[in-house]
Design a protein around this ligand. Structure first.
Ligand SMILES: Cc1cc2nc3c(=O)[nH]c(=O)nc-3n(C[C@H](O)[C@H](O)[C@H](O)COP(=O)(O)OP(=O)(O)OC[C@H]3O[C@@H](n4cnc5c(N)ncnc54)[C@H](O)[C@@H]3O)c2cc1C
Length: 392
């Protein structure tokens, strides 16, 4: 009888969990290693666009996600200074008709729980918590990886090893010539505000986007409108974990009253320094491949980092299934298929960062241009991202 091919994955974030599920369904035995002793996600939201949702739907998770997610009716862009509306992008039925699936927002912990429960229920997946992939070596017989658990090391010999270990990936550095993590000098300040603590008039059925030269603010509902997820991205020296938000007020304290009142309702801010990984660096080395942020962490300005990790997982599983007897060739084909799209998305995130944080004069020109184009046309500029399907 033919042996079931085995894949080991480092990291049980959104990317690693999705890859584990897709590989298990494709007939692989999967060992999923997570260095944290428990699966925990940041107290924050995530926007789930159709390109990512299509993959999660293919795993039969659509219903569970829809039950926990919110479906905003529009994305409303405003000037941070004046509060004036610049554009309204329709995200409701029109969006679903145009792109095949709704635009959803969900708590990260809810998404991770849905993925983790599905993984635990899958007989072909062994989830190892508190277990770090500490390194690997390729040789003529294949690949050997070191698993470190509770201070003890052991060796495993999977047919393929996937590094889904996030932007701070230690495994990335083991690929000769790999790209390095680059700080962006921007910090995302994140908070969750219970709907009951919000000032009156804050809409709980839209994505709000406020633009200014010092930064921008995004807010959207999660948990069916029980909670508002708020992210303020400002130019800043990154200091991980910092929670005093004074710098936020110094940068945008002169903004319009409604957005300042909303921000003032927050009691607990978490700083998340943004860094990126250039997607042009190599992602694979023989039977080893990077996936998600480990390969190509991007600025969060178009809300696609997690979506790209999910897309990566779909292509990786399809390529490995198509070439089970030659994992190195399958991983090389995965990298070749993914890189052009990821590079385009990554660049779009960077140019959007420049667009959002334009100075006063150029910002006024941007606002006029956005008003002229209108919300529907602005949204359609991202259609190539949302229409992606996992079939290739
Ligand atoms: C402010 C902000 C807003 C964002 N908003 C969105 C959005 O709306 N939509 C979207 O799609 N994306 C968004 N993103 C991007 C998204 O959060 C990331 O792209 C996504 O979480 C990456 O997932 P991942 O699985 O690649 O990595 P991670 O989620 O970082 O998971 C990596 C995992 O690997 C584990 N690990 C690390 N090293 C090892 C090891 N050696 N062995 C075992 N385990 C290991 C870690 O503990 C971790 O659990 C946003 C990002 C930011 C900063």
């Amino acid at each position: 009888m033919e042996r079931t091919p085995a894949v080991a994955i480092a990291g049980a974030g959104i990317g690693g969990l999705t890859a584990a599920l897709l590989l298990a369904r494709a007939g692989f035995q999967v060992d999923l290693f997570e260095r944290q002793p428990a699966l925990t996600e940041a107290g924050a939201g995530i926007q789930l666009t159709p390109n990512a949702a299509r993959v999660l739907d293919s795993l039969g998770l659509g219903k569970a996600i829809a039950a926990r997610a919110s479906t905003p009716r529009a994305l409303i862009v405003r000037s941070g200074r004046s509060g004036r509306r610049i554009a309204t992008m329709p995200l409701g039925e029109n969006f679903e008709r145009g792109f095949g699936l709704p635009y959803r927002t969900i708590h990260r912990a809810d998404l991770q729980r849905i993925l983790a429960e599905a993984a635990v229920a899958e007989a072909a997946i062994d989830l190892h918590l508190g277990a770090t992939i500490a390194g690997f070596a390729s040789h003529e017989r294949g690949l050997t990886a070191i698993v470190e658990t509770g201070g003890r090391d052991r060796e495993i010999g999977p047919d393929a090893l996937i590094g889904a270990d996030g932007v701070g990936s230690d495994l990335r550095a083991l690929i000769p010539g790999a790209a390095e993590r680059r700080p962006s000098l921007r910090t995302a300040w994140r908070t969750l505000i219970p709907a009951t603590d919000l000032p009156s008039g804050v809409p709980l059925d839209i994505v709000g986007l406020w633009l200014g030269s010092a930064g921008h603010v995004v807010h959207y509902p999660i948990r069916s409108g029980e909670t508002l997820n708020v992210v303020a991205v400002i130019r800043d020296e990154p200091k991980p974990g910092r929670s005093d938000a004074d710098v936020l007020w110094r940068r945008i304290g002169h903004w319009a009253k409604p957005i300042l009142a909303l921000l003032a309702a927050a009691t607990d801010w978490q700083a998340w320094p943004i860094s990126t990984v250039d997607p042009r660096g190599p992602w694979t080395d023989g039977r080893f491949a990077l996936l998600g942020d480990a390969a190509h962490a991007m600025s969060p300005f178009i809300a696609q980092g997690g979506a790209m990790a999910i897309e990566d997982a779909a292509v990786l599983a399809r390529r490995l299934a198509a070439q089970r007897h030659d994992p190195a060739a399958a991983l090389a084909a995965y990298e070749a298929e993914r890189r052009p799209r990821v590079r385009r998305v990554w660049r779009t995130a960077e140019t959007t960062a420049d667009l959002y944080h334009m100075g006063l004069l150029t910002g006024a020109v941007r606002n006029a241009g956005m008003r002229f184009l209108g919300g529907r046309a602005l949204l359609n500029r991202y259609g190539w991202i949302y229409r992606w399907t996992p079939g290739g």
